[in-house]
Design a protein. Sequence first.
Length: 219
Amino acid sequence: MNYLAHAYQYLNKPLFMSGTGVPDMLSVVDRKVRVRSRNLKPLIESSELEVAEIAAGIQQHLDDDRWFHATKIFNQLNLEFARAMREADPEDSSLRPRFLGHIIIELLLDARLAELHPGLLDCYYEVLEQVDAEKIQLVINKASACKTDQFIRFFQAFCRERFLYDYLDDERLAYRLNQVMKRVGLPVFGDSLMKLFPSIRRRVYDCHDELLTAEVETD
């Protein structure tokens, strides 16, 4: 799941909702800063209500990802998209097709939610802007062995740039995905993979209900 899919059910709980975005934000701010469930538990039980609510939102993200990545439909689509990308660029021997097949599902699921619910993205950003990022950074630094002083700056830029709107357009989506490729050290992609985007988008859109409600795959 990505930002909007994690958050859209909690628009009436600003601190909790903002917490659901923390792990993904930290992957951009500093990948060494990790929040763990064992460190979140005492914070969720804290008598400081704002700390508890933010920590609970972060834990919700971890629970969502654990469930979502174990579903049959997510893994089916990931494999399908990775194979298509490998065939479109057979000289690519990197991990890019598998990684890209994973992340494009999540980004397009956000795009589908935004299309189905006009005004949802506006509301999401409006709720985020109500939140004091310093309070979130405080919880992060309580829950992580590595500390950060960069989260506030990123949170403010995230609210200002509103890049989730870019997922609604294939060219802008490709631009954002290539930013991710650079950040994780994988090669950027060009037209051969971009040509797959319309069919991949349709496939994710067709499966969006199942992606949000699927049972976990078991052996």
